[in-house]
Design a protein. Structure first.
Ligand code: ADP
Length: 360
């Protein structure tokens, strides 16, 4: 087991800097997910931890030992990739035994470990098969088995589920989480999928353009996103936003949206001092599931209705912007119909429009 410390980690390719000074401490046994849009530098960061990319600046320690420049095989890590990278001509058993054999371990030592891993990963009946005779999920499990028998102090997963179909992805997500709960190893897991991040992580690191936007427990980030980027990245359907200007209103202040609709902000967290000054540019954010239907309130002309079975998404315009409202109960609403909604105060997020930073 190992804690991992990244201090001021940089990566440059020639003149181009792609990772801009990352500081991150990962506790021993923690499951940390690096998430962000494609090209934000997650894989590069993980590959620097693995020793597959040179670190341009900063310090990396694994298990308290400085690891900059240490060859990958001396870092005591296992990595699972998106492409399972199995040897097609070797059986499941031989694929899993490949590493121990290369390291010239005695079969009496590694055989029990392989059998235990196969049992844990539901592969016991498949040890003689070739990879081509396995399903995608089984192949991914073999790749994990290979990682597990190394008994590494640190597991690195780089988008391991991206090649699987939607149903299998959900199943493997649960399996990887269960595996971690059993082995209690340190995990760094890279994905662009915010649902994977939310469901699997002890802590999520949201990255954007080579920088960390926010670090925290999944629900902390969901409930209190630090900025517009994190607010829009986590959650599906995404948080709704409408930009407006603060105005004086009868009962304190209100946010006047693009189409003139005024949202009273009396009692809303984040409304104070400079923010509340008339003229301040503020963006309101509300998650679709937090919007309530009400007899009076803000009008929304419904344009599109999407029933998913468990819930119904209504799409329409609020404050001149396109918004989504999620309803748990079924309702007979038709496109073209006008509904009125309200936003509970505790679920209104306010952001400084220019900096994108959360207010309050
Ligand atoms: P992610 O994993 O978040 O999709 P990457 O870490 O793969 O992002 O890439 C981060 C940035 O670094 C991207 O802009 C990418 O184009 C750039 N990059 C990655 N590898 C190289 C390379 N070998 N040479 C130059 N630029 C690279």
């Amino acid at each position: 087991m190992a804690a991992v410390q990244l201090s001021g980690i940089y990566k440059r390719y020639g003149d181009t800097q792609v990772v801009h000074g990352i500081d991150l401490h990962i506790d021993d046994g923690e499951f940390v997910v690096l998430v962000g849009p494609s090209g934000c530098g997650k894989s590069t960061l993980m590959r620097m931890v693995a020793g597959l990319e040179e670190i341009s600046g900063g310090e990396l320690t694994i298990g308290g030992t400085r690891a900059n420049g240490l060859p990958p095989q001396q870092r005591n890590i296992s990595m699972v990739f998106q492409s399972y990278a199995l040897y097609p001509h070797l059986s499941v058993y031989d694929n899993i035994a490949f590493g121990p054999r290369i390291r010239k371990e005695a079969a009496t030592r590694f055989k029990p470990r392989i059998e235990a891993a196969a049992k844990m990963l539901n592969l016991s009946g498949y040890l003689d098969r070739l990879p081509r005779a396995l399903s995608g999920g089984q192949r991914q499990r073999v790749a994990m088995g290979r990682a597990v028998v190394r008994e590494p102090s640190l597991f690195l997963f780089d988008e391991p589920l991206s090649n699987l179909d939607a149903k299998l992805r959900v199943q493997m997500r649960t399996e990887i989480k269960a595996l971690h709960q059993r082995l209690k190893n340190t995990v760094i897991y890279v994905t662009h999928d915010q649902i994977e991040a939310m469901t699997m992580a002890d802590r999520i690191v949201v990255m954007n353009a080579g920088r960390i936007e926010q670090i925290g427990r999944p629900l902390e980030l969901y409930d209190r996103p630090a900025n517009l980027f994190v607010a829009s990245f986590l959650g599906s359907p995404s948080m709704n936003f409408a930009a407006g200007v603060m105005v004086s209103a009868a009962n304190g202040v209100a946010l006047q949206l693009g189409d003139g609709v005024q949202i009273p902000l009396h009692g809303v967290n984040g409304v104070s001092g400079a923010t509340a000054k008339p003229g301040a540019k503020v963006t309101l954010g509300v998650r679709p599931e937090h919007i309530e239907a009400s007899n009076e309130g803000i009008p929304m002309d419904v344009e599109v209705i999407e029933p998913t079975g468990a819930e119904t998404h209504l799409y329409g315009k609020i404050g001149g912007a396109s918004w989504c409202v999620t309803m748990r109960q079924r309702a007979s609403i038709e496109p073209g119909q006008r509904v009125t909604v309200r936003f509970p105060e505790q679920h209104m997020h306010l952001f400084d429009t220019e900096s994108g930073r959360r207010l309050g």
